[in-house]
Design a protein around this ligand. Structure first.
Ligand SMILES: [Zn+2]
Ligand SMILES: [Zn+2]
Length: 666
């Protein structure tokens, strides 16, 4: 009897054997349904073998083949294997990343081809107008004949990177191949879809992201698998889309941490995209105004083609001027200094738009009793509760805990409770009071929760119905508002002195992106940053829009400390309801790791266990052990062995996971 070796979506890091009933058409890559414990799950057949180590009576049959899905192609299976091996993730869960949603009821549009734009001859794909820089980048990014090459497109905000991606996509589509375009945010996709429709008329485009309904997502996935979709635009999960005629992968804002999946299977979609491009021997184009230091170093070493766009693409559009202003001055009101207020007033008089950026939603980040020093804390997390004034609630942004704002201090009874610090809601209210008559709009996760809310806000902004925008990083990315000429940045000082070594790299990227919203049309832009640390090197580089200088300085620091991209990191994260359980597991894990590292030539250093930056979340105590290695291969070998030990050591009460190339370690 034939045995199918199947990747089943469970935490155990192994494959499971099932026997194949006669008449079932199954091959490597078939998606099947099987019983697992009391559940029925979808699995992927990885190979068919003649015999199993298990006794025949312990092997269950494959129940059925999922007819709705095609056999998964070899490159996707190889991609799942790569994610499992490189990121040390359970093999079955990695294969599960390849599948579209299957559990849902049959959606109305499932399998229908109507979601794919009507078939038209691909014509007019030369409409995309490029300047000399863009054309040079395009030619360099697409090798002749087509083959694997990684290009880093480093272009200042507004330099027209998207036009280069789309022109590159147009070229491969003309050659009857498919293009994959990865973007960081689902909020970007509606605007992006419009731009694509305008730039690539007649091209059949589908989107893939987690906010799509299950039926629709399956339909789009099938359109990609059948080769009907010529361009697939999606978030990180789209890196696993089946594309039989793949010709190009482009990754926009390649530095963005949203390419990193941080729950379940941990991977970085940018790095998976590069691996996939290599497997398929196609070019991959990474774009950013502020490339990750990993990509930057690869370009410096000559391993990536380094393509630069140093000018804004639109005629007359220059990079905005950046000024540093004090957080507090004698004229400060509600957190807004006199320079920023004067700049806003000028914009109102000229009927231009202002954007105030504060990367904190809610009214105030904490509630304080002035009499005794009590602070409102989450009962389930080691974190302060955020004041949400509209809802008269205190909310935890880590676990969702929600309670009413108390009438008085629970410790001393004092009724004078003080909201400390600024969030978007407080700024919105302050602006309403300071500029009566101005139309203020707040854009954050709370104000855009309702379906379609973000699109409606976007229309209001572009049609000029808004004078002042207040928002979080949701507003930082990709948007192009012609009359927006002022950007004010508040509350960014915390990240300057964070324990996480990547914090300043991320902060620079975010600030440059926010600053880049100003002056994208014909009107010049101005950026005011409120800070207590104007002498910090990050700000000097920001004022000059000189990412290279900042990157060089960070790289020198990283090199001296053996940190990425010069060294390699992995993190063992653990959590349990008891602190003692976490500590004892991590101590044994670190001891075992040290013994392994010593036995194998000390290429890896295992640090002692520490509490996580957020030491308790949703009732779980959290800790971690960091591993640093000078060589990638040494780290991979170490992790493979260590993980086997961890699987034996780990008691059932402790949940643990390995993170390779962790995005944050503080
Ligand atoms: Zn008190
Ligand atoms: Zn909480």
């Amino acid at each position: 009897v034939a045995i199918a070796r199947i990747a089943v979506p469970v935490a155990a890091n192994r494959l499971f054997d099932y026997w194949l009933p006669a008449g079932l058409q199954v091959e490597s890559g078939s998606v099947v349904r099987v019983a697992f414990g009391r559940r029925r799950v979808h699995g992927v057949v990885t190979e068919i073998v003649r015999s199993s180590e298990l006794s025949p009576d312990r092997i269950l049959p494959v129940q059925e083949v999922v007819e709705a899905l095609p056999v998964l192609p070899g490159d996707l299976r190889a991609l799942a294997q790569f994610v499992a091996a490189y990121y040390q993730q359970p093999i079955g869960q990695c294969f599960a990343q390849l599948l579209p949603p299957l559990g849902a009821k049959r959606g109305r549009s499932e399998g229908r081809r109507a979601d794919v734009v009507a078939v038209e001859a691909v014509k007019g794909l030369e409409v995309i107008e490029l300047n000399t820089d863009q054309r040079r980048a395009l030619d360099a990014a697409l090798p002749r004949p087509p083959s694997f090459a990684v290009s880093l497109l480093q272009g200042v905000t507004g330099s027209g990177k998207t036009e280069v991606y789309l022109a590159a996509a147009a070229r491969v589509i003309r050659e009857d191949r498919q293009a994959l375009f990865l973007v960081p945010e689902i909020h970007l996709t509606p605007q992006l879809e419009q731009r694509i429709a305008a730039a690539l008329p007649g091209v059949r485009v589908v989107t893939l992201h987690s906010a799509l309904g299950a039926g629709k997502r399956l339909g789009h996935w099938l359109a990609a698998a059948r080769g009907e979709a010529q361009l697939v635009v999606g978030t990180r999960l789209a890196v696993f889309a089946p594309l039989p005629r793949l010709g190009l992968i482009a990754v926009d804002e390649e530095h963005d941490t949203s390419f990193r999946q941080q729950d379940g299977v941990r991977y970085n979609a940018r790095d998976v995209a590069i691996y996939r491009a290599r497997l398929r021997d196609v070019p991959v184009l990474l774009g950013s105004a502020t490339p990750s230091l990993e990509s930057y170093a690869q370009a410096q070493r000559g391993r990536y083609r380094w393509l630069r766009l140093s000018q804004r693409a639109k005629a007359r559009a220059a990079l905005p001027s950046v000024q540093l202003v004090p957080n507090r001055d004698p004229g400060s009101l509600e957190g807004l200094g006199s320079s920023l207020r004067a700049a806003i007033a000028e914009r109102l008089a000229r009927r231009e738009q202002s954007l105030l950026f504060v990367n904190r939603r809610g009214f105030a980040p904490s509630l304080l009793c002035v009499a005794c020093g009590w602070k409102a804390m989450c009962p389930r997390c080691a974190a302060r509760l955020v004041v949400h004034r509209e809802a008269a609630a205190l909310r935890c942004h880590h676990c969702g805990h929600n309670e009413r704002i108390p009438a008085g201090c629970p410790d001393c009874g004092n009724r004078d409770l003080f909201p400390l610090g600024f969030g978007t809601q407080r700024l919105e209210r302050a602006l309403g009071q300071l500029f009566p008559g101005a139309r203020v709009m707040r854009v954050d996760r709370d104000s855009t929760r309702r379906r379609g809310a973000f699109a409606a806000m976007f229309r209001a902004i572009t049609s000029g119905d808004v004078d002042i925008l207040v928002g979080t990083q949701m507003l930082a990315k990709g948007h192009d508002f012609a009359r927006l000429t002022l950007v004010g940045i508040l509350g960014c000082d915390n990240a300057l002195y964070s324990a996480d070594f990547r914090a300043t790299e991320r902060l620079f990227a975010l600030l440059e992106q926010v600053a880049g919203r100003a002056g994208r049309g014909a009107l010049p832009g101005e950026v005011l940053v409120q800070t207590d640390f104007p002498e910090h090197p990050l700000f000097a580089a920001l004022v000059d829009h000189d990412y290279d200088r900042f990157a060089e300085a960070l790289l020198a620091e990283r090199r001296s400390l053996g940190l990425p991209p010069f060294g390699h990191l992995a993190l063992l994260a653990a959590e349990a309801t008891s602190r003692a359980a976490v500590n004892s597991f991590l101590e044994r894990a670190a001891a075992r790791g040290n013994a392994l590292a010593t036995a194998h030539g000390k290429h890896c250093e295992v640090f002692p266990p520490v509490a996580a930056a957020l030491a308790r979340r949703a009732g779980m105590e959290r800790g971690q052990v960091l591993v640093q290695a000078s060589e990638r291969r040494a780290l991979q070998n170490f992790l493979a062995r260590w993980r086997e030990d961890l699987e034996r050591l780990g008691p059932r009460t402790v949940r643990w996971s390995l993170e390779v190339d962790p995005p944050a370690v503080g």
